[in-house]
Design a protein around this ligand. Structure first.
Ligand code: NOJ
Length: 513
């Protein structure tokens, strides 16, 4: 039911500022709706914009039903829903259900040992070995309570106790409030953590997870809305359990994002992409998985993929086009993160003072404690930090890239003078127009795309063969051989010609004869 959709992710804080306060806002999104619609988008996923102290940029919610004044008002949000709908697009809301902000009323009351709200969170007399995803112990001592509370993320993000039916009921009421307002899709933040059993050291995919998911589904969206769960490193079995029989429509597995990490876990210790591993990953999820894959090339939680996998300077445009051709011609729902469609790159900052992200700042301290020198730490951060993707959208070449007339909350990337939407859109061979072409093709020929594929790698060239077409993509900065032979019609090419050898970062798709 929700297959072959295109979802455009907006990080509201960094999209478009109409007030001059340096933060993007909802009116700024409304102003750009035509730009998004023209790409061929079905859903707009907004990262959280409810009330929040912004310790984790809105993923620390202090009031689930009020829009943060930083971004506008509930009326603005309502207008966004209506105006998007008028253009044939639906709004997908980001639901942060695993934790709240420590400034949420529930947590404040829990700290006062309120008989109802104390049990909304998870307490222990002593910490155990569970670590926070942002580094350090996942337990923080509360003087008021005399116990430790669990926070799988920052200490300002206490985990909710899903074992408590009252928590679940309050959450369902909140989701239904937004459904009544016209929200038509949900992205569920770190949803695989809600079934945790911390006393047994179980965090992800806990024993009651699927039961909770079903109850959530039945009491709220009931399979009628597009829902996507956020998970990391999921197995086929875990994914299947989550995404069928009254669970979610689909889930991010992010297995391909983890290929750059040495042990598949610690994101700060990276290695070069191994194309063979990438092919295996695609093979598993495209051919063995029976559900719908959530195809994702970027998000606010990852550095830009063209900077990690390909080339974001000399071959920036070719690299952007290569990525969208590859992912755009795979089966599933396609997620695009703001800025990809104009070939935005990593910020590559080597000065820690430029960074804002709580995870990055924690990692900086931890890496120092682990004995890494400043230069090495900053190289790691410049490659991996989430702020690489969170920088302001580059609209034009005026100051602050046209994002704000004030001081941006996070610096813009220096290359905005030549990497920006205005310039890209005026170029017939620009990235945006290429994205449009891929999306249009995808919508028209999904029956071709849906077919199983064979993936292989040879000398830095990835090949995807489907019954109707063949794709070859050169992941290197050297010319490489290809075996397309005397080919059929060329469907896509990010260069003007197909020569005997593929050019650096060239992608070619031909119809099979
Ligand atoms: C995943 C979100 O995408 C990320 O930005 C956030 O920091 C964590 N969940 C905690 O909510």
């Amino acid at each position: 039911m929700f297959e072959n959709k295109v979802i455009y992710q907006i990080y509201p804080k960094s999209f478009n500022d109409t007030t001059g306060n340096g933060y993007g806002d909802i009116n700024g999104i409304i102003e750009k709706l035509d730009y998004i619609q023209d790409l061929g988008v079905d859903y707009i996923w907004l990262s959280p914009c409810c009330m929040s102290p912004q310790k984790d940029n809105g993923y620390d919610i202090s009031d689930y039903v009020t829009i943060d004044p930083l971004f506008g008002t509930n009326e603005d949000y309502q207008r966004l829903i209506t105006q998007a709908k008028a253009r044939g697009m639906k709004i997908m809301m980001d639901l942060v259900l695993n934790h709240t902000s420590s400034e949420h009323e529930w947590f404040k009351k829990a700290l006062q040992k309120d008989p109802k709200y104390y049990d909304y969170y998870i307490w222990q007399d002593a910490p155990n070995a569970i670590e926070s995803f942002f580094g350090g112990s996942a337990w923080t001592y509360s003087k008021e309570v005399g116990k430790y509370y669990l926070h799988l993320f920052d200490s300002s993000q206490p985990d909710l106790n899903w074992a408590n039916p009252a928590v679940r009921k309050d959450i369902y009421d909140m989701i239904n409030y937004w459904i009544d307002k016209g929200v038509e899709g949900f992205r569920l933040d770190v949803i695989y953590l809600i079934g945790k059993e911390p006393d047994k050291l179980i965090t992800g995919h806990g024993p009651k997870f699927i039961e909770y998911l079903k109850e959530l589904n039945e009491n709220t969206f009931q399979d009628k809305l597009l829902t996507v769960g956020e998970c990391w490193g999921t197995s086929l079995e875990e994914q299947y359990k989550m995404c069928h029989d009254k669970g979610l429509s689909e889930a991010f597995h992010f297995n391909h994002f983890l290929l750059n990490t040495v042990d598949g876990k610690d994101k700060w210790h990276t290695k070069e992409l191994d194309l063979k591993e990438l092919c295996d990953c695609f093979d598993t999820w495209q051919n063995e998985y029976t559900g719908v894959e959530a195809l994702v090339t970027g998000s606010h939680d990852a550095p830009r993929m063209i900077s990690r996998w390909l080339n974001d300077t000399q071959y920036r445009m070719q690299s952007s086009k290569l990525l969208i051709t590859l992912f755009g011609l795979m089966a599933g729902d396609l997620y695009i993160y703001q800025g990809e469609e104009i070939g935005m790159t990593n910020a590559h900052w080597h000065d820690i003072n430029k960074y804002n992200d709580v995870e990055t700042l924690n990692a900086y301290e931890l890496l120092k404690e682990q004995g890494f020198d400043e230069k090495t730490i900053m190289e790691k951060i410049a490659f991996t930090s989430r702020d690489n993707a969170r920088v302001p959208m580059q609209w034009n070449d005026t100051s602050n890239a046209g994002f704000t007339t004030g001081n941006p909350w996070l610096d813009v990337v220096d290359n905005y003078t030549h990497v920006n939407a205005l310039r890209d859109l005026t170029n017939e061979l620009g990235v945006y127009k290429y994205y449009q072409k891929v999306i249009k093709f995808r919508k028209e020929h999904y029956d071709w795309i849906k077919q199983k594929a064979k993936f292989s790698e040879d000398n830095g060239v990835l090949k995807m063969e489907k019954p109707k077409f063949t794709l070859v993509a050169n992941f290197t900065d050297q010319k490489q051989a290809h075996d397309l032979g005397s080919t059929g019609d060329v469907l896509f090419n990010n260069y003007s010609k197909v020569e005997k050898q593929l050019m650096p970062y060239q992608v070619v798709v031909v119809c099979n004869k």
